[in-house]
Design a protein around this ligand. Structure first.
Ligand code: WT7
Length: 658
């Protein structure tokens, strides 16, 4: 039971977690009440699930979704294309709302919402159903049909889940765009999806300021010919320009809409949403999820991993603009009838104890947040935490990147008071829901490990030559069989889907992550195989950042790499060659601003280095591993024999950012 402190100093490094040997089993009290309360119970369930995964998921689907018409086939697998619960008709918004109201649970609170300025709303399932029905009927009236794409660019107000569920109710496909993305990024996504409608707000509150969402949308719409209408929610009451004929106020649309609007029976495989994420090449890809399988997987993993019970108050701090918000604010918890906290703003508004204040006031029992947030809280200091009574908490969760053991221990002791298991949940936009995580009443935690697979999920780790790795050997993490929550493809690009996920390793889903499995069967994620950077738990591709830089008129060539960052997990360093080789004083700032404009604040480089040339192989491929070492300030022990111009490396080293 020891861990070397010196080795756990910096965040997000593989070597740290390799030495972690501590094990934290759940307390007897926790296990006694848990949905799955022992290792043996987990193993029995898991064994049953993988003996015949399709039969297992068929049973789950019968029991846990409402069917307007039953399905006739559990799975049709035409690799790499999956169809789950074929022939069945259901509706995700029905499963999330009507099902509870019909069962007499309409008075249960769905959301305790709190705006950043402190305004509050409590919304029951019956009220949420009425709001969703009204908005769904308004969308229909506006001419939105089943299969139409609808972009959503909103702050974290109740109307954001309402908009998503209203789309789901009528079979429109939503594409939620995180509120931090730029006008360019919105326009790209509108265009790729050929969205007909965009839903936004006048603004949202962030650290006491108004995020001018509508203004950003106006700019995006200059380049979004497919968009016919823009619905605007009044939130911050700041001045906005409404374009006659195109722009419509939310409150006017729903003013006389009926509170009863039936959910349309939809095919199991009708698309539910598209969510854009970065890959290692090209533009962001629209990950497509469908109706029944996704909803079932989000619901069941929510119930298993968060050990959800009637009396729990669940708080997932993610934004609905990411997959975590889709699956563990909207579709999983609502399908399970959970009561949640929803918070609009920043964790340090008005002060650094906002989260702990919220937990104390709402008696939150389960908190689900990200390592980058945890590291920030550590930096802000324990006194913010110690001011509050966090004794309501019984379970903690982590998502977005690996959690380094130091942050794990702090989370466990300072937030969890040493009594709450931590579920370190590994999954992806593509997987739709959690793939590996402790089941908290059953699987003892090891700090830094996502532990074991969900029922029905069969992970496999292989070498580059496709042979299986041995115990504790790192390799490419794959998933053996289709599962209901998996992506059904990339919007408009079947080839990219096939090549990216089912091309390299035959007959298995390639996750893009490296992993190892230890002697106890625990999985340890070791980071990405490809050139994807994980900044604060969010994916960015080096190519995207490079394309943004190269679109600046002064830039000849650019290379972006990740570098260790204590708070964000990874930061972004870029190496830039200029056309005139002569950086002006404000060029660094100008390039940072340019990237912000092209992609958004999330992608702004932490460091910009100018160089006269980039290190390349003879075939012209940028040698990123060298640049990564330089950016990390490490001496490179890497083989440089394929470097085209050795002097380039020496020049880059001496050219530190001033
Ligand atoms: C990538 C997926 C899943 C929702 C948020 C991110 C990394 C995610 C963990 C974890 C280690 C993790 C992986 C994965 N990742 N969770 N618990 N431990 N790594 O979704 O943007 O689709 O990114 O995030 O590298 O492949 P995403």
């Amino acid at each position: 039971m020891s861990s070397s402190n010196s080795e756990t100093k910096s965040a997000g490094q593989i070597a740290n977690v390799m030495n972690e040997t501590r094990v934290f089993p759940p307390s007897g009290e926790f296990s006694a009440k848990a949905v799955i309360g022992s290792m043996q119970a987990y193993q029995t369930l898991y064994a049953e699930s993988i003996a015949d995964p399709v039969a297992f998921w068929e049973r789950q689907a019968h029991e846990h979704l409402h069917w307007f018409e039953p399905f006739h086939t559990g799975l049709e697998w035409n690799e790499p294309f999956a169809k789950w619960f074929v022939g069945g008709k259901t509706n995700v918004s029905y499963n999330c709302l009507d099902a509870h109201v019909v069962a007499g649970r309409g008075d249960r609170v769905a959301f305790h919402w709190e705006g950043e300025p402190g305004d509050k709303r409590t919304i029951t399932y019956a009220e949420l159903l009425a709001d969703v029905s009204k908005f769904a009927s308004a969308l229909k009236k506006l001419g939105i049909q089943k299969g139409d794409r609808v972009s959503i660019y909103m702050p974290m107000v109740p109307e954001l889940p309402v908009a998503m569920l209203a789309c789901a109710r009528i079979g429109a496909i939503h594409s939620v765009i995180f509120g931090g993305f730029s006008a360019e990024a919105i326009a790209d996504r509108n265009d790729d999806a050929q969205a007909k409608l965009i839903i936004t707000a006048d603004g949202g509150w962030r650290r006491g300021k108004v995020l001018p969402l509508k203004q950003t949308v106006d700019e995006a719409l200059q380049k979004s010919p497919s968009i016919q209408h823009c619905i605007v929610l009044k939130r911050t009451e700041n001045d906005v320009t409404m374009k006659p004929g195109r722009d419509l106020w939310w409150h006017e649309l729903v003013a006389d809409a009926p509170t009863h609007f039936p959910a349309e029976p939809l095919d199991s495989e009708d698309s539910l949403f598209i969510l854009y994420t970065s890959g290692s090449t090209g533009r962001p890809k629209g990950i497509r999820h469908t109706t029944a399988g996704y909803n079932l997987y989000a619901k069941r993993t929510f119930q298993w991993v968060f050990d959800y019970r009637e009396e729990d108050i669940f708080w997932c701090t993610a934004d609905c603009g990411w997959i975590t918000g889709h699956s563990y604010i909207v579709y999983g918890p609502l399908a399970a009838g959970a009561t949640q906290v929803l918070y609009e703003g920043a964790p340090n508004a008005p002060a650094e104890d906002r989260f702990w204040d919220i937990i104390e006031r709402y008696r939150v029992t389960i908190l689900y947040t990200a390592p980058t947030a945890i590291r920030t809280f550590i930096k802000w200091g324990d006194h913010h935490v110690e001011k509050h009574d966090l004794s309501s908490l019984r379970l903690l969760g982590s998502v977005g990147e690996g959690i380094n053991p130091e942050a794990w221990m702090w989370y466990y002791e300072k937030i969890g008071g040493g009594r709450c298991p931590i579920v370190d949940t590994w999954w992806q936009t593509e997987t739709g829901g959690i793939m590996m995580s402790p089941l908290p009443g059953a699987i003892p935690c090891k700090p830094g490990s996502c532990t074991m697979p969900m029922p029905g999920i069969i992970p496999r780790i292989v070498h580059a030559d496709l042979s299986d790795v041995g115990t504790n050997e790192g390799g490419m993490l794959c998933i053996e069989k289709p599962w209901p929550g998996m992506l059904r493809g990339i919007w408009g690009n079947d080839d990219r889907y096939r090549d990216g996920y089912y091309g390299k390793v035959p007959h298995m889903y390639l996750t893009g992550d490296n992993a190892r499995r230890d002697e106890d069967g625990y999985y340890w994620i070791m980071g990405r195989i490809d050139d994807v950077i994980n900044v604060s738990g969010h994916r960015l591709s080096t190519i995207e950042i490079e394309s943004a830089l190269v679109s600046h008129p002064s830039v000849a060539e650019a290379a972006a790499v990740g570098r260790p960052d204590e708070l964000k997990g990874q930061g972004i360093a870029v190496f830039v060659t200029l056309k005139n080789h002569n950086p002006s004083d404000n060029m660094r700032d100008e390039l940072k601003k340019h990237v912000r404009k092209e992609i958004g604040a999330l992608a702004v480089p932490d460091e910009v280095r100018f160089t006269t040339a980039l290190p390349k192989t003879r075939s012209g491929k940028i040698m990123r591993r060298l640049l990564r070492d330089i950016a990390a300030g490490k001496e490179s022990g890497q083989d440089t024999s394929t470097l085209e111009d050795f002097s380039v490396l020496a020049r880059l080293r001496s050219d530190e950012e001033s």
